[in-house]
Ligand binder design. Structure first.
Ligand SMILES: [Zn+2]
Length: 143
């Protein structure tokens, strides 16, 4: 067996039962790379404060990334990853929804201040008071 084959086997054995790479770790990795690029840009621009901040952040991100990668507490890591994936999905969904609402010219959308429900009202009703269907909060707006 060659050296590389042995190294590969060793790595596989080492990673067995560990978390490895999940979506959250990939995002952390991209964040780390982004910070590296940002640091280079800030250094080129001779901006001292941002470079100091990034220098402080880089090892923190690296430690979290390595910790999650080699962690054997799969249940906990999966839970964290699931939370992250859900959050990512919500953000994506929200921006897609915003685009759709922007394209809709015959309705006006109001966001309830207390429960964040989006209420749709037809345009051209003048000044109105909307009652949130979810929590009953009154929203005043012009359509
Ligand atoms: Zn509401």
């Amino acid at each position: 067996m060659g050296v590389f084959q042995r190294m590969k086997n060793g790595l596989i054995r080492f990673m067995y039962g560990r978390n490895g790479t999940d979506q959250l770790n990939m995002a952390l990795l991209w964040g780390y790379l982004g910070l590296c690029i940002g640091r280079t840009v800030f250094a080129l621009l001779r901006m001292k404060a941002p470079v100091t901040v990034v220098d402080a952040l880089l090892p923190v991100v690296a430690v979290i990334l390595l910790f999650r990668m080699f962690s054997k507490n799969l249940y906990k890591r999966r839970e964290e990853n699931q939370k992250f994936v859900n959050w990512q999905w919500r953000v994506k969904n929200r921006s897609a929804g915003a685009k759709e609402r922007h394209a809709d010219k015959s309705h006006k959308y109001f966001t309830c201040k207390s429960c964040k429900t989006i209420c749709r009202v037809p345009v051209g009703k003048g000044k109105i008071e909307i009652t949130c269907p979810k929590c009953g909060t009154k929203i005043q707006g012009k359509t």
